[in-house]
Design a protein around this ligand. Structure first.
Ligand SMILES: *Cc1c(COP(=O)(O)O)cnc(C)c1O
Length: 427
């Protein structure tokens, strides 16, 4: 499918049934797989032959779906994980270990920030956070001799900053390290980071890819472009023999195309077991089949709602990169010409109290800790995820008390705007 259009890949990539086989991806609900001889199975353990032996490491259903996402992103290898958190953890920990350092933008998902700044720090990996709007000089100054990767999000959740691929890819490659990009909010339908210099892409498939609030999941895709062996001293895990795997050197045995994902599967999935369920992979694939159709509508609704809010006299400000005048409008035009996403954030005049009143008055838009769902949902961080903070702390965290995050679903935009209008009337 690699030369087909993205719409065709969403529907058909990853699984091609043979004569008389199921049209839909079969759910291989089996923990283990049978072999005729111990020797045949031994070959799999030695990574001498490819095949399945235990579903903690690999399962055919999950691999069909990973292959589809791989094709959508234009990569060479991919793996599913049980969550987006696991995907980002694996993608970074696969190359950055105790004593290493990573440069990340500060505009990232709160869960990822905590993973990096608290949990991975405890594991001995240090992070330097730079503003997405930093200058090239500031960015270059963040690197250290032990830096192993650069990390960012195509569209930051919840800041909605658009990633400056050119600036970050240039700095990463000048320092001999890969650029890892979380492409959750854009999806490969609206942006393919490999075309703009990213080397590894991650996803929380829980969001638009699933799209129906049905299954938590994640994915990692490798572009196959980063030359590990050219920087062998920085990446001993890929470029020297793995004693825990029969002395295999991943970058030699699996080359540019396969080394990163094979190592992440053989070591990290083996040891941490953040394995997706075959049933969840099946549900994810149902979402992927309509991703291209849904993204268009999410963006159309996001744009319409953002434009409506912008002219409303009870709204203090609107943040949506599709609005001319937005700080990230030009970057969005450059990297996301088809649209950004359905998530809009805005401030209700009157601050925290007014935002709370507005939220309570909504009828169609549901209050949820979720985004990127078919059903429109919204969150007032100051009274939910960030409720322990006072007004000054909220501003420092980039989530002022009046901020409402609205994730536009697939309903009629007229009904969404009518719901917002009646709720604003009550403020
Ligand atoms: C939700 C999210 C994650 C975490 O994914 P889970 O599937 O909830 O573990 C990571 N990155 C981004 C951008 C997200 O929106």
């Amino acid at each position: 499918m690699s030369n087909m259009k993205i719409e065709t890949k969403c529907v058909q990539s990853g699984y091609t049934p043979g004569n008389g086989e199921p049209r839909q991806i079969p759910i291989i609900q089996s923990t283990t797989f049978k072999y005729a001889t111990s020797e045949a199975m031994g070959q799999l353990f030695d990574l001498e032959a490819s095949g399945y032996f235990y579903s903690r490491l690999q399962n055919p259903t999950c691999d069909y779906v990973a292959a589809k996402i791989c094709d959508l992103e234009g990569g060479t290898a991919a793996m599913l994980t049980s969550s987006g958190q696991a995907a980002n953890f694996f993608a970074v920990f696969n190359i950055a270990n105790n004593g290493d350092h990573v440069v990340s933008t500060s505009a990232i998902y709160g869960g990822t920030y905590n993973l990096f700044a608290v949990t991975m720090k405890r594991m001995g990996v240090e992070f330097t956070f730079v503003s997405p709007d930093c200058t090239e000089e500031e960015l270059n100054a963040a690197f250290r001799p032990n830096t192993k990767a650069v990390f960012g999000e195509t569209i930051a959740n919840p800041a909605l900053a658009v990633f400056d691929f050119e600036k970050f890819a240039k700095a990463a490659h000048a320092h001999g390290v890969p650029l890892i990009v979380d492409n959750t909010f854009a999806t490969p339908v609206n942006c393919r980071p490999f075309e703009h210099g990213a080397d590894i892409v991650t996803h929380s498939t829980t969001k638009y890819m699933d799209g129906h609030g049905a299954a938590v999941g994640g994915c990692i895709v490798d572009s196959g472009k980063f030359d590990w062996m050219a920087h062998a001293d920085k990446f001993p895990g890929l470029c020297t023999p793995d004693d825990s795997y029969h002395g295999i050197t991943y970058a030699e045995k699996f080359g540019l195309a396969g080394a990163f994902i094979t190592k992440a599967t053989a070591q990290l999935m083996r040891d941490f077991g953040c394995t997706p369920a075959p049933q969840s992979a099946f549900l994810l694939n149902l979402g992927l089949e309509s991703l291209h159709v849904r993204m268009e509508r999410h963006c159309e609704n996001g744009q319409a709602v953002a434009e409506y809010l912008q002219q409303h006299d009870k709204i203090a400000w609107v943040n949506y990169a599709g609005l001319p005048g937005n700080k990230y409008y030009d970057l969005a035009r450059k990297y996301l010409p088809k649209g950004t996403c359905g998530v809009v954030s805005f401030g209700v005049k009157g601050g925290r109290k007014a935002a709370e009143k507005f939220m309570a008055a909504l009828k169609l838009c549901a209050i949820e800790t979720h985004v990127a769902d078919a059903r429109t949902c919204c969150l007032h961080p100051a009274s939910a995820t960030h409720r322990q903070m006072n007004d000054e702390e909220l501003i420092a965290a980039g989530v002022p008390g009046d901020l409402v995050r609205l994730s536009c679903g697939l309903e009629s935009k007229d009904d969404l705007i009518a719901d917002i209008a009646q709720a604003l009337e009550q403020v």
